[in-house]
Design a protein around this ligand. Structure first.
Ligand SMILES: Cc1cc2nc3c(=O)[nH]c(=O)nc-3n(C[C@H](O)[C@H](O)[C@H](O)COP(=O)(O)O)c2cc1C
Length: 203
């Protein structure tokens, strides 16, 4: 089986909901399986150790998850037009894997959630690709042959899947993705998984 790591950070649940749709797309591919993981928050309070497992939701990612995966789909909320610090902090700790080329030659895609339509989805998605390119990954986007990409009035871009949360997102509430956002997130997972299956010969 090709193992696809769906790694996300989410504070209010929107990016988590996109991650679940990406997993659906992964699982729709014969020979592929989704592994959902998250990262801990970062804090300036250093005398309080982080819990080893999250209070709820998927487990925290480990370097073994990166070693074992055949593909990666990375998701973060947009923070000032960039990825959130907890995800960046985790990536900054992967230099040993970079030295060994652990992720080189594996496919990867990215997704994000913003508050506003023009609040920096594309800058976030593009900047999330940079560390993945340094790791030697093959970047997978979304093609305009999928007509939804041309007609969506919410999230979704050629650079990756996305969601516009607007002002309604409340902490703990389930994010309401539009049908277009859901479809494009699923398609991203499917495309990364299909390529991973082909590259790894794991069908
Ligand atoms: C520090 C901070 C910076 C943010 N920067 C942006 C931004 O640049 N553009 C935007 O549209 N939303 C921004 N937001 C809003 C989040 O991106 C948005 O609420 C997102 O849907 C949260 O995802 P989550 O539900 O997965 O936590 C910011 C939020 C915080 C806390």
């Amino acid at each position: 089986m090709a193992e696809i790591l769906v790694l996300f950070y989410s504070r209010k649940g929107s990016t988590a909901e996109l991650a679940r749709q990406v997993c659906r797309g992964v699982e729709s591919v014969n020979g592929a399986r989704a592994r959902l993981r998250t990262v801990p928050q970062v804090t300036t309070v250093i005398d309080q150790p982080q819990p080893p497992v999250p209070a709820s939701g998927p487990p925290f990612v480990t370097h073994d998850d990166l070693r074992e995966c055949h593909g990666l789909v990375l998701g973060s909320p947009t923070r000032f037009g960039n990825m959130a610090a907890p995800l960046k902090y985790f990536l900054d700790g992967t230099s040993a894997l970079w030295v060994n080329g652990t992720l080189a030659g594996k496919p990867a895609g990215v997704f994000t959630s913003t508050q506003t339509m023009h609040g920096g989805q594309e800058t976030t998605l593009l900047s999330m690709m940079i560390p993945l390119l340094h790791h030697g990954m093959y970047i997978v986007g979304l093609p305009y042959t999928e007509s939804t990409l041309s007609t969506t009035r919410s999230g979704g871009s050629p650079y990756g899947a996305s969601h516009v949360a607007n002002a309604v997102a409340q902490e703990g509430a389930v994010a309401r993705l539009t049908d277009d956002e859901r479809l494009l997130a699923t398609l991203l997972g499917k495309r990364v998984a299909e390529l991973a299956v082909r590259l790894s010969g794991a069908s």
